[in-house]
Design a protein around this ligand. Sequence first.
Ligand SMILES: NC(=O)c1ccc[n+]([C@@H]2O[C@H](COP(=O)([O-])OP(=O)(O)OC[C@H]3O[C@@H](n4cnc5c(N)ncnc54)[C@H](OP(=O)(O)O)[C@@H]3O)[C@@H](O)[C@H]2O)c1
Length: 262
Amino acid sequence: MREWRGDEVLGLGSRDVDIRDAARVQEVVEQSRPGWVVLAAAYTDVDGCESHPELAFAVNRDGPLNVAGAAKRVGAKLLFLSSDYVFDGKKTSPYEIQDARNPQSVYGRSKAEAEVGLLEILPECCIARTSWLFGTGGKCFPDTILKLATSRPALDVVDDQRGCPTYAVDLSRAIIGLCRKNASGIVHVTNTGDCSWFEFARAILNGAGSTTEVRPVSSQQMARPAPRPAYSVLSPESLRQNEIAMPTWQDALQRYLQERRH
Ligand SMILES: NC(=O)c1ccc[n+]([C@@H]2O[C@H](COP(=O)([O-])OP(=O)(O)OC[C@H]3O[C@@H](n4cnc5c(N)ncnc54)[C@H](OP(=O)(O)O)[C@@H]3O)[C@@H](O)[C@H]2O)c1
């Protein structure tokens, strides 16, 4: 909402509309009759999804299908935010949009099934897959690391999962660009470069001038309910085809740290 200028933009939250409620979704879309609907709402607690699969599929798959149905009825285009977790993480080079989905978690399955259903309802919709989001708008990995660093001399962080951190500001600008270019199909939208969570944590602490030590550990040592892909770097090729370039994650991190200080 902060980034979008020059168009009329209506921001809706969960208090305005629960996307599980098809009739309400239809009502709000008909009231505003938008040119585009950007759908970011999701149940994003990856471990929570594992223990509440019904909720995960209701919000992450059925909700978007309700929104797609409403968008279709008023002739609006839809941009849906999806995730690197639709992949199994077994590749060792960046995932292209043609690579097969093979989600390993309930969250990943719910997003993957949404993608398939959306493309059936609205073949021209745009599916923007992103990864490892951070920003000043809420809880995120850099914020958690910086808060923990104030009370602990050392932090253990997973070093065997690689991905690409993505700054919400850069993602927002890319989304706006995609809508303006009338993009359709699957697009991978992340900052560029890649790192492990350990490397990301080290860069965060260095960037913030913290002296807290960070130690690499394995996913096995930090067992979580939902399996995470070991490698989920998304190729920038599809974004490049839309003539949109993204900054590196290191550049994005510096801007995030600056924004966080103010
Ligand atoms: N975070 C990541 O690293 C990441 C990575 C890849 C893709 N994504 C995708 O990017 C999008 C944004 O992620 P995020 O991390 O910014 O999410 P987030 O901070 O968890 O925000 C999700 C939003 O969805 C709303 N919501 C939840 N259930 C809803 C429902 N039934 N009806 C309407 N709204 C509902 C939440 O409202 P309340 O707070 O009121 O519940 C919240 O405002 C999601 O689609 C996510 O799957 C995220």
